[in-house]
Design a protein around this ligand. Sequence first.
Ligand SMILES: Nc1ncnc2c1ncn2[C@@H]1O[C@H](COP(=O)(O)OP(=O)(O)O)[C@@H](O)[C@H]1O
Ligand SMILES: [Mg+2]
Length: 265
Amino acid sequence: MGEVFALRNVSYTYPTGQEALLDISMKVMEGEILGIVGPNGAGKSTLLMLLDALIPPTSGEIFFRGIRLNDKLRDRKFMYEFRKKVSLVFQDPDVQLFSSTVRKDIAFGPEHLGLNPAELERRIDETLKVFRIEHLAQRHPYNLSYGEKRKAAIATVYPIGSDVILLDEPTSNLDLRSRREVIGLMKEFEDEGKTVVVSSHDLDLILEVASRVYVLNRRIIAEGDPWSVLSDEELLERNDMEVPKLIEIKKLKEELMNLAHAIQR
Ligand SMILES: Nc1ncnc2c1ncn2[C@@H]1O[C@H](COP(=O)(O)OP(=O)(O)O)[C@@H](O)[C@H]1O
Ligand SMILES: [Mg+2]
């Protein structure tokens, strides 16, 4: 399988002098759900903004399907095509939602694709249905619950039809039910063959959805299969992260099994 993104020795320093990312080398493969975990301030949001070509790296190189992105940020024709292929859902849904109704927010992306009006309407209706938010279509985003805002924010990228979706902390501040729904949406993206990069400090989320994970704390600390990387308690503690519940449960089960074996003997 090919690479969607390749980063080579990428660093990013904000204009304030704040160093956010140091010497990041990583890959995003076609069709995978890739998790990026790390404590607050680790640089997760900055990394997603680099992948979305909203900011250029201070040093190092970023490639999108083999094309060097560094030189392309001001290339309007390239960026128009790039924006169709890659969509970022911001951490804060209030950044994503700015129209007077949810329907208008969902229409905003595909309106720029030059579709005929019937196709545009079809895509909007389909999105409302897939995300089960038909009842929110005429509501003002400002008046939605946080969970509803989140779903609406993720929904805005669906009708664009991008095959690469970048999700920044999609489940933070969600109740259990909304969290389950957002996980369902990610699996939906996966079933459609899309590439998903999801940042989170919710390690249980990553265990549930991701096929690979990077642990980020300014630098890349670890990379690999989520169940092995995220069961390294020492690594998590050193980087201010808690052991995920799913790992604790797995360990408890193993201990119980061992106990049962010992009793049988
Ligand atoms: N606009 C900005 N200007 C200056 N520093 C910033 C800005 N945004 C983020 N930072 C800093 O960059 C670092 C990484 O932030 P961020 O990427 O938001 O981390 P995370 O998403 O993992 O919490 C932090 O130290 C943060 O304070
Ligand atoms: Mg963030």
